[in-house]
Design a protein around this ligand. Structure first.
Ligand SMILES: Cc1cc2nc3c(=O)[nH]c(=O)nc-3n(C[C@H](O)[C@H](O)[C@H](O)COP(=O)(O)O)c2cc1C
Length: 327
């Protein structure tokens, strides 16, 4: 049954709507688990190229159509727009390293060391994938900061028995799920976790002090404002949200896709610990340290930012309320 939009609904004055906050938007989109594919094609010189993609979706059975969306900022946009076709290679859970490889901006020749063959249309089909679809380009639509490519499937293969690689809440599902279990069972030691936070965010702060744009520094500062606003009366969920946003903003400012993935996994751990292990209380005494992190980043003082974060982690642990230690 179809529902027509009534005239009454159409004539209603536009409601006042809050702007969609990009970090939260991305986070909420992450609640929808997806598979992971490597989309491949050939460049003008015939070389195989590709990228990791989770925006793949089926569109139509007859004719057989599928789609994926490609960031306008992608180095491969021109290549895909000029290509006559592309191949979709659906990854298995054992191919997480391949996913990381094709998502990295640092690797110039993503196919180096990767086993593949040309499909009947000549598109690169990667070995051992769960399924592959070789497509001719049916349409390409500009949509916001992406282009949506619709392909008509001309050949397909695969059907492997392995499980799919699943991307969920910013991390590969197997990893996120096994980490969640470890956290909730208290099998990840606090000392190990603190060391991991210091190492990861120390590196990210160093990168951010070199690479962060003013807008990214503003985003970190806005997250700090948010943490300071969300005291006493606010729910635990709001405090978890604002704490996560602070760390996500630092990760974004570091501009390293692989470290961002690791940071997303650490955020998953942070959430689980705050929810199940440590019922964090508001800590106004720590506000100046986060401010210090932001001020140091604005001065491009990596050492100062890392020292402030170190002190934050130490104080969080050392002065944690006694009841907070209960698992
Ligand atoms: C799980 C995952 C899914 C991704 N999905 C998309 C996507 O749907 N569209 C897109 O343009 N980029 C996506 N990316 C990012 C690209 O893989 C990445 O930006 C790009 O390929 C980096 O290589 P380049 O800088 O050489 O272009 C995704 C990355 C990951 C890790």
């Amino acid at each position: 049954m179809t529902h027509a939009v009534s005239d009454v609904a159409r004539d209603e004055p536009a409601a006042q709507v809050a702007p969609i906050e990009p970090t939260l938007f991305r986070q909420l989109l992450g609640c929808f688990p997806t598979g992971v594919a490597v989309i491949t094609t050939r460049d003008a010189g015939g070389r195989p190229v590709g990228l990791t993609c989770n925006s793949f979706s089926s569109v139509s059975l007859e004719p057989p159509l599928v789609l994926f969306s490609l960031r306008k900022a992608s180095s491969l946009l021109g290549t895909f727009r000029a290509a006559e076709g592309f191949a979709i290679n659906i990854l298995s859970q054992r191919q997480d390293a391949l996913s990381g490889r094709f998502a990295s901006s640092k690797i110039a020749d993503k196919f180096e060391g990767v086993a593949w063959r040309a499909g009947p249309l000549g598109m690169p089909v990667i070995d051992d994938c769960l399924a592959s679809f070789e497509c001719s380009v049916h349409a390409c639509h500009e949509a916001g900061d992406h282009h949506v490519f619709i392909g008509e499937v001309k050949h397909m293969g695969g059907g492997g028995a392995d499980h799919a690689l699943v991307f969920y809440k910013g991390a590969y599902m197997m990893l996120a799920e096994s980490l969640r279990t470890l956290v909730v069972q208290g099998r990840l030691g606090s000392a190990d976790l603190d060391e991991a936070y210091r190492t990861l965010y120390g590196t990210l702060l160093r990168l951010a002090s070199e690479r962060a744009t003013d807008a990214e520094l503003d985003a970190i500062e806005m997250a700090v404002d948010d943490i300071e606003r969300h005291q006493g009366s606010d729910t635990l969920a709001q405090r978890i949200e604002s704490a996560s946003r602070f760390f996500c903003a630092i990760a974004d400012a570091g501009h390293n896709e692989a470290l961002t993935l690791m940071a997303q996994t650490m955020t998953t751990i942070l959430r689980e610990r705050m929810t199940h292990v440590i019922p964090v209380l508001p800590r106004p005494d720590l506000f100046p340290l986060r401010r210090e992190v932001v001020q140091c980043l604005r001065r491009r003082d990596a050492g100062g930012a890392v020292a402030a974060l170190d002190e934050l982690i130490t104080k969080l642990r050392k002065d944690a309320p006694v009841q907070a230690a209960a698992a």
